[in-house]
Write a protein that binds this ligand. Structure first.
Ligand code: 2U9
Length: 348
């Protein structure tokens, strides 16, 4: 076979191989094999040495033409394969933007936070400030300043988590009031504050006890504050939380930090006072403790009890939420089971 025929055949074979190549690797192999230094075209060009001189240019230019054609066919096929590959990838990764999205579960404040928020809103509206304080507290602020000296029997009333002899987990939020009272400048006006937050007691957890629960305590100090101011304030609180028709009653009690002290009952929100299971057939539900700030507490904060006086109260949001929503185990609030928590949706 002469060189020209050889080249013709090589061209036919290569073009058909290129045409049927199904991936770019195969194309590359063909390129290396056919056009490479050890390939048949190079061989033909080398063989031209043995040709008569007048045939060389003809065969040479034919060989070049064949090489160019094969090279072009390779480029074209490679482009085709690249385009097909991209199209395939796009097809596989296709996103249907019209499909409905995956719904995002919307959260909400914890039910205790909802109760505390409501109390905060009410008192902010009455000109009180909401004050935060440390949960790890000094004995001095938690007990001493609240008229509970070291040997006071009332210290036994609450079992305490002590960290050192003088540092403890606060058992009430009153130390926040003690700290604020100590700093307050009465030339700027009366002190009106509430302090919501977590408190700690060394209780064994059961349906009605939790070693950590919440309190909101209130304190007002000014000249000429009376128990009538206290009663009016608590009446507003009871109506705001349990309904406009609610009434309150006060029974004498004892707290070391108030004198006189009172337990405060709210008329039953379930039966309106007639008697039912919620109020244990009494018509009243015990909800708050309160009283007039003890002169010793004022003195210890550097306030003259001859000039200033005030009232204080304390309530438990956990107990409020249990009553309001009929929850019979306080531990539910702290398990963070979404099935429990999502029942208190504010969406209506
Ligand atoms: C200062 C002076 C007095 C806060 C008060 C109560 C009565 C009370 C409890 C009710 C249920 C807390 O959630 S509870 O466990 N509290 O009965 N607390 S008077 O008296 C203060 C506070 C601060 C400086």
């Amino acid at each position: 076979m002469n060189l020209k025929d050889k080249l013709e055949q090589l061209k036919e074979n290569s073009l058909s191989e290129i045409k049927s190549a199904s991936d770019t690797k195969k194309i590359n192999d063909i390129r290396v094999h056919v056009l490479g230094k050890k390939g048949p075209i190079t061989e033909v060009l080398r063989g031209m040495r043995d040709l008569p001189a007048d045939e060389r240019p003809k065969v040479g230019s034919f060989a070049n033409k064949v090489r160019d054609e094969i090279s072009e066919a390779i480029t074209q096929r490679r482009d085709e394969l690249e385009i097909a590959k991209t199209a395939d990838k796009l097809e596989q990764e296709k996103i249907d933007v019209t499909l409905p999205g995956v719904p995002v579960k919307q959260g909400q404040p914890h039910v205790l936070e909802q109760v505390i928020d409501q109390i905060e809103k009410l008192f902010l509206g009455m000109g009180y400030q909401v004050v935060d304080g440390p949960e790890v507290e000094e004995d001095h602020y938690n007990f001493e300043m609240l008229n509970l000296p070291k040997d006071h029997p009332a210290r036994d009333m609450q079992d305490t988590f002590y960290i050192t002899n003088s540092i403890l987990m606060r058992t009430q939020t009153s130390p926040v009031q003690a700290r604020t009272m100590e700093k307050h400048d009465f030339s700027q006006g009366p002190l009106k504050m509430i302090s919501p937050g977590k408190v700690y007691r060394r209780d064994t957890d059961d349906a009605t006890h939790s070693h950590q629960f919440h309190q909101v305590e209130g304190l007002v100090i000014d000249k000429h504050i009376t128990m009538a101011d206290l009663k009016g304030t608590l009446q507003q609180l009871a109506k705001n939380l349990f309904g406009e028709e609610r009434e309150i009653r006060m029974r004498p009690s004892y707290f070391p930090f108030t004198e006189p002290s009172a337990e405060v009952d709210v008329s039953c929100f379930k039966c309106g006072g007639k008697g039912c299971a919620v109020c244990k057939y009494t018509g009243w539900i015990e909800t708050l403790g309160a009283g007039m700030v003890h002169p010793n507490v004022l003195k210890m904060a550097g306030i003259d009890p001859e000039i200033y006086g005030g009232f204080a109260f304390g309530l438990g949001p956990d107990r409020f939420a249990m009553l309001k929503y009929g929850v019979n185990d306080i531990r539910e609030f702290y398990l963070n089971d979404v099935r429990f928590l999502e029942q208190f949706s504010q969406k209506g």
